[in-house]
Design a protein around this ligand. Sequence first.
Ligand SMILES: Cc1cc2nc3c(=O)[nH]c(=O)nc-3n(C[C@H](O)[C@H](O)[C@H](O)COP(=O)(O)OP(=O)(O)OC[C@H]3O[C@@H](n4cnc5c(N)ncnc54)[C@H](O)[C@@H]3O)c2cc1C
Length: 499
Amino acid sequence: MRSSLNAARRARELDEARTAVVDVLVVGLGVTGAGAALDAASRGLSVAAVDAHDLAFGTSRWSSKLVHGGLRYLASGQVGVAWESAVERGALLRHTAPHLVAAHPYLLPLTSDVGPGEAATVMTGYRLGDALRAAAGTPRSLLPGPSRLSAARALALAPSLRPHGLRGALLSWDGRVVDDARLVVAIARTAAAHGARVLTRCRALALAGDGARVRDELTGAEFDIRARAVVNATGVWAGGLVPSVTLRPSRGTHLVLRPGALGALRAGLHVPIPGGRARFALVLPQADGRVYVGLTDEPLDGPVPDVPEAPESDVAFLLEVLGGVLDRPLGRDQVAGAFAGLRPLVDGPGGAGGATADLSRRHAVLRSPDGVVTVVGGKLTTYRRMAEDAVGAACPHAPASRTARLPLAGAGPVPSGVPRRLVLRYGAEAGAVLDLTRRDPALAEPVAAGITLADLVWAVRHEGALDAGDLLDRRTRIGLVPEDRAAALPAAEAALRRA
Ligand SMILES: Cc1cc2nc3c(=O)[nH]c(=O)nc-3n(C[C@H](O)[C@H](O)[C@H](O)COP(=O)(O)OP(=O)(O)OC[C@H]3O[C@@H](n4cnc5c(N)ncnc54)[C@H](O)[C@@H]3O)c2cc1C
């Protein structure tokens, strides 16, 4: 397949990148960089895109996986940001990734912490959000409107809620991506299908307007990639390559609960944070049955780590907030894992000293004097627009962006008779993954909940996985629970040998 990424293609294209002069070099292959690579390649430009580690190694795999309509921004008066979110959410649901993004219901339990006045204000916000949905052209059939539920109905959807004092719940809908790292992989593969050279384990050591000094992290070899334009999409690490870019990273932690920890949860929850001025913690049931609980917003001081740690204080805080609505609060022993990500927030007026939660989520496209274009901030939901703006700034004479309706790898008619778990992960490619097990039944062996050896072999052959970490921590999310990761490691190694 033209979209297949694997070790052989990487080796070939790395060789080519040493000698070619490309139209655009993209540095960083999170959602923004992968989006920029696709935007540029689909405009007909030649592209090399590098990441120091792997696809989705950075913040893009640590998100809440919401493809949101920007309600929060509406509430804080950032109408432009809210509009952009609603438009981009519609593009993902309707055109570009309907196989990966779908509507998901959320309940706001009406407990004694949420007075009737606050409930009415929140419902007004939901209705405004619904109006934005309609204005952005997303049909109700893809994203239902809000409603108020009785306590009995709320308990049917979320049986772990405390029934005592529950007056009912507000039900709202928003978009959700089945897995943020899979979205990045789909974008990168689509870019590859349009001819982009997608090169992981290639660290940019220094950038200039006409290229970069790059190190192949697998061999240690250093070389130059020459380019007519350079886009720095390294997220929270952007200032390390372009010192004039100043960010105020903020840490967001999620807990990972095992399937069933909150009973048969059929909706997400918005849990009021006491004293948080309409701020809510999120309970986010996942397709694999695990439940994420997030999320904190704490400024990060000091150097930016490759993989941020989730401190115990964040874990304790989230457990306490969640306990406020549960019939039986959870103990620390029920937390199977935790992860943290760093928001690449752009420092703006009033930023210094203020709460990171109040910094704008709008993205910025910044040109440094030597011509490097840095794109930073924003969010997963708006990656396509960020990419369009960045490539537009880097290559002002290029043809117009085509990505608003460009289907990502896996979008398209789903074959019949394929298990639902494969359809959720692979969309139109689900049949090809199933074929692997038809040809070699040993590949049907389960590796973890919802994952077989065939998923891992597919990831090595087509999704650019180069080692066990790529397989366990990004192509699948088995690694979010350390003991699941340890149990699956031999299977990952076997898949690498087999593929
Ligand atoms: C906790 C949390 C929850 C969030 N939840 C949501 C949500 O629900 N919905 C939403 O829309 N948004 C959400 N966001 C925001 C969203 O996740 C980020 O805005 C987005 O993922 C940033 O992507 P990026 O590609 O810009 O950066 P990253 O994903 O961090 O990518 C940067 C890449 O650059 C690479 N890199 C760094 N240095 C170099 C170098 N020298 N050479 C080569 N490569 C390099 C890194 O390896 C990395 O892969 C959340 C953010 C956080 C932190």
